[in-house]
Write a protein that binds this ligand. Sequence first.
Ligand SMILES: NC(=O)C1=CN([C@@H]2O[C@H](COP(=O)(O)OP(=O)(O)OC[C@H]3O[C@@H](n4cnc5c(N)ncnc54)[C@H](O)[C@@H]3O)[C@@H](O)[C@H]2O)C=CC1
Ligand SMILES: CCCCCC(=O)/C=C/[C@H]1C=CC(=O)[C@@H]1CCCCCCC(=O)O
Length: 272
Amino acid sequence: MNLSGKRVFLTGGARGIGRGISEALLSKGAMVMFCDINPGTGKQTEEELQKQYSSDSVSFIKADVADSQQLKAAFEAAVTKFGAVDIHINNAGILDQRIWERMFAVNAIGTIRGCQIALEHMRRDKGGHGGVIMNVVSMGGLGSSYWFPAYTASKHAVIGFVNSWAESPYQPQHGVRWGCVCPVSVDTEMLNMEENQIYDLSENQKHTATHKVQISDVVDAFMKLVQDENSNGALMEVSRENNGVYCRRQLVYMNNVSPPCFMDNLPFPGQT
Ligand SMILES: NC(=O)C1=CN([C@@H]2O[C@H](COP(=O)(O)OP(=O)(O)OC[C@H]3O[C@@H](n4cnc5c(N)ncnc54)[C@H](O)[C@@H]3O)[C@@H](O)[C@H]2O)C=CC1
Ligand SMILES: CCCCCC(=O)/C=C/[C@H]1C=CC(=O)[C@@H]1CCCCCCC(=O)O
């Protein structure tokens, strides 16, 4: 996929992974509108990126993805500015077990709602132009992590939702391609955690010190995924061991019975 001239809406773009992805897309000639809950950092990032690229190509709008009205209004602002959105990216997320309901509202409900808003806009069978919906999820969404069970659950919810749409028999009529990048811990502000924000913080910090990747690793994997036209439904791992490698959730049976449905049985990207 050629990114030049593509119209992008991204959530949580004021800093961290979201900012990194915006910069990479801008460098390929895309136009980006990003939202964030933090207006100070959002405005500052907007100014810096406008200086580096152009004032027309990037803009910030304040929105809390957990608030349906705000998210819808921000997405509509991008449609009004660009004429349409070609690529929607759900990236905003938080990690704090102390406020786990809020965490679910941001990570799971905010992301699922973002997908629904973008899908309604893009669906070819409803008059849209098709498009791409990408999600910054987590390796936590592929397995279990005792440090943050509710965070892990919020990320599993996203993968279940995204794969269900990606594997729909009607997906070709929708003309919307889906994908998820699933990083291990990434060196961003999110890792600056307080006691009780997760369980067993000091143990987690030891693990993180030897496993974490950089924002540029996530951006490289994201760019590979977003440009791969054959990647519908792909889950892409981002880790030191398997950076940018397509992976899959799998049902593993102990008695050789067949899987009950087509969940995650898509061929890997590039395979037929
Ligand atoms: N840093 C890490 O270790 C990993 C992060 N992730 C995921 O990557 C995504 C980005 O995280 P990072 O860049 O690391 O975090 P970050 O904390 O550096 O950046 C997150 C951005 O999202 C914004 N945000 C938070 N809540 C929001 C809301 N309700 N509405 C709109 N914007 C909101 C924040 O203001 C911030 O600008 C998240 O979904 C996170 O779960 C996934 C795997 C690892
Ligand atoms: C193997 C656990 C690594 C935990 C690293 C960490 O400190 C936290 C990172 C989290 C911050 C945001 C995330 O999304 C990260 C979770 C990554 C969980 C990885 C689970 C890997 C597995 O199932 O093997």
